[in-house]
Each structure stands twice: as C-alpha cells, then as structure tokens.
Design a protein around this ligand. Structure first.
Ligand code: SUG
Length: 420
C-alpha cells in the first residue's frame, strides 16, 4: 500500500476542564474557571473524525493518558487528595487531546534510513503538559512498533519542544524531495516562546534529515505576543501549499525566499494583516485548520465554526474560493469545547504519513469503531466539570473508570498498566 497521510486525533479525555493553565494562550485564560462539558467535548471530537472519514481521509486515534497523573504527583511527593489546588489542576488536565503537540514526525521519504521517525515532545514549558510525554511515548511505541518506524524519547528538557505544531512539511507533485521547516520562538514579549531552536535542531539530526532540505525559521515575536503560542495558530502546510499569515515569521521575506528556492513549485497563500488582522486570525483559528488533500485531489481547509463567525475571515475565504485559489474547498467543524482552551481542528490531530498497513490497527478507526467510541463516551464521560470539582473523589473515580472503559472498547487495556 502506498503512503497515505493519516490524521491521529487525540480523543478528548474525561477530565477536560477550564483551569486556565496556559499563559499566552488567550482562549485558555479567557475561559478560566468556567464549567466544562467533557462528554459534549469528546463527542464533538468524534464528529470531526466522522467528517474526515466522509472526506475520504484515513483516520486514527490516540487515547487519553491516565488522569490524575498519579506518577507525576508522587514524584512531587504528594497525591491528588492532598495536592494544592493548582498542582491538582496540573495533574488533571486533558491537554493530551491536542495531538499536534504529541510528537514531531518525519515521514520515511525524508530520512536517511528510510524509516518514519517520531520524537515525542517534552512539552516542558507548561507544567500541566510537561508530564504528558510518558504516556504518549508508551502509546507511540505501541501504535508504531513496526520496523518501518523509529520512535524517539523526548529531547533533553533544557530545550522546550512542542512537537508538530511547530513543524511543517512541503512537497510538490514533480518528485523533488520534500522540505521540512522547523519554526522556533526566541521571544514572545510577555508570553513564553515554547519551541526552542536547539530542540528543533536535535530533532532534525535524530530524524536523519537532509540538512540541505531543512529550514529553521523564527516565529515572529508579534505573533507570539498576540496569542499565537504555536506556529500552527498562524501557518499550516500541506503538500505544495503553505497557508500563512503575513506576520507569522520573524523574517518574512527571507523565509519565503528560502522556501521558494528549495521548492520552486510551492504555492504560498499569504493573508495580509489588512485583510485579516492578526487578532482575528487568532480568535477564529483560521490557520489552525486542517489543510488536507481529498482523494479527488482538492486542497481542502477544515476550519472551526469560529472562522465562519469572524467577518474578516469568512470574507477572505469567500474571496479566495471565488478566485480559484490553491484552496478549493472549505469544511466547517464544531470543536467549541476544545477551542475554548485554545485548541482548533489542527491541534487535535497528529499527521503521520505512512502505509496504514504498518500501523497497529487498534489505533485506526472507521465509522463502526467511532460508533463504539461514541457509545463509551456517552455512557462514561462526565457531563460537566467545575474547576473546584477537580479533587472531588467521585469525579476522580468517574474519570479513571471512563478511561478504563475506553481502553476496553479499543482493546488497548495493555496501556492501563503503563506508567503515566
Ligand atoms: O498548550 N491548551 C493547549 C492548547 C494547545 C493547542 N495546540 C496547538 N496549537 N497545536 C496549550 O496551550 C489549556 C489547558 C488549560 O488551560 O487548562 C491548554 O493546555
């Protein structure tokens, strides 16, 4: 079977809540303290996957890690009952749902040993995300156990790494080798830059990429300061299309010139600030869309409902479609529960380009399996979580039982015994 692009969506976990833990992520801060709806959130995620299947795409899933993160709490010398509320919230986060931050992936055609390489992200900048990698690595090692893959542990925690959200790959149909772009932050003004250049360079070396087809690009300080805590909030790439805001990169001209020099067939779709101001781009998550190629060859943009509700964005989309631009079709999905924590359609998925036959089939889904997942969610996920519930013993029992039920549904009980 040929290489296909597979989107692995993080199933939104039963502890999904709005503790407001992510400084620099405006949605997370704005919704701090609100009650969340984990069951509705997870079902929104399932519906997004159904829509992807209907487009003819190959779809996979990752399961939520154990919450509370009991091993992390033990390393801190405490437990969920006794931890201070802020620490408890960090141990109860469902943030692993944003699978774009799970790992960086270099498909086999780009690597010197012809294997598809994955490096799990250390996510060290935010405490609630810093412990995700342990359970994520266990899952990656299971899903991608075939010799076609090389799964790497995290880069040293001295250097922050947030995975595929800061990585783009461009190819053309003319058969030139792909280029991989690593976007790092140097400063974000008042907000942390989460991706460190040394982490990106380490990943490129581990993945045995061709240095002459690898670019390290600085994200603009203005974008980070405006709330684009990851590059995928202001840019997305698929095949030969790069879709980006004009303020995405620190050195716009040099960056676009370097990309074009390496890949003359690239199509750059740039949105000017005068058309869609940075604030609208971030509020609407126009660029946190899934840019995919459907089997009919059409470049399709999957945007959240919030894009339709933002006038400048929806007008830009209408103009682009009418002009017969590189993006041929736009689909709208409702992922509002995730969006309220700063996670759009693209955050919820990790792209792995490989032969689907070499992936552990338990991580691939069709309609029937999504029905079973939805039934488990409907039966076991809590309906609502208020942030002062996070240490309530009955909620903790519900969250742990819900994950066990999902692992049973997917025949992945083996993950229950792994540390996380
Ligand atoms: O890391 N939100 C996530 C959102 C991640 C979005 N991912 C990408 N852009 N690829 C984050 O900031 C909020 C959790 C809270 O506030 O409780 C949070 O972690």
């Amino acid at each position: 079977m040929p290489i296909r692009e597979i989107n692995f969506d993080g199933i939104i976990g039963p502890s999904h809540n709005y503790a407001g833990l992510s400084l620099g992520n405006l949605a997370s801060t704005m919704h701090r303290g609100e009650a969340s709806c984990p069951r509705a959130a997870a079902l929104q995620g399932v519906d997004k996957m159904r829509a992807n299947l209907a487009l003819g795409l190959v779809q996979g899933v990752f399961v939520p890690p154990p919450r509370p993160a009991r091993a992390w709490l033990a390393d801190l010398g405490t437990d969920i009952e006794r931890a201070e509320p802020e620490i408890a919230a960090n141990a109860m986060s469902a943030s692993a749902m944003w699978a774009a931050n799970a790992a960086t992936v270099s498909p086999a055609p780009d690597t010197a040993d012809g294997r598809c390489h994955l490096t799990v992200a250390n996510l060290r900048t935010m405490p609630h995300r810093s412990h995700e990698w342990v359970a994520t690595l266990a899952q990656l090692e299971l899903a991608f156990a075939d010799a076609a893959f090389a799964v790497h542990g995290p880069v040293p925690a001295a250097f922050g790494d947030e995975g595929a959200a800061n990585h783009m790959r461009l190819t053309t149909r003319h058969g030139e080798p792909a280029i991989e772009l690593f976007v790092y932050g140097r400063t974000g003004g008042p907000f942390p830059a989460r991706q460190h250049i040394e982490a990106s360079k380490a990943i490129a070396r581990r993945h045995r990429l061709d240095p002459s087809r690898t670019l390290f690009v600085e994200q603009s300080e203005e974008a980070i300061a405006a709330g684009a805590f990851h590059n995928d909030v202001v840019a997305v790439a698929n095949e030969r299309v790069l879709f980006a805001h004009a303020k995405a990169f620190a050195n716009r001209d040099a960056t676009l010139a370097a990309i074009t020099a390496l890949l003359p067939g690239v199509e750059i779709v740039e949105v000017a600030d005068a058309e869609v101001p940075l604030a609208d781009a971030i509020r609407s998550y126009l660029f946190n869309a899934q840019l995919v190629t459907t089997p009919d060859g059409a470049s399709t943009l999957i945007v959240p409902e919030e894009a339709r509700e933002t006038a400048s964005v929806w007008e830009w989309i209408a103009r682009h479609l009418a002009s017969n631009g590189a993006i041929r079709r736009v689909e709208v999905v409702d992922v509002r529960q995730s969006m309220a924590n700063g996670g759009g359609p693209a955050c919820l998925r990790l792209r792995v380009a490989c032969d689907p036959a070499v992936v552990d089939p338990r991580f691939l889904v069709d309609e029937a399996k999504l029905d079973r997942i939805a039934a488990t969610i409907a039966a076991t996920w809590p309906e609502e979580i208020a942030t002062d519930d996070l240490q309530r013993p009955s909620l903790i029992a519900t969250v742990e039982n819900a994950r066990s039920a999902l692992l049973q549904t997917l025949d992945l009980a083996v993950l229950a015994s792994r540390k996380g």
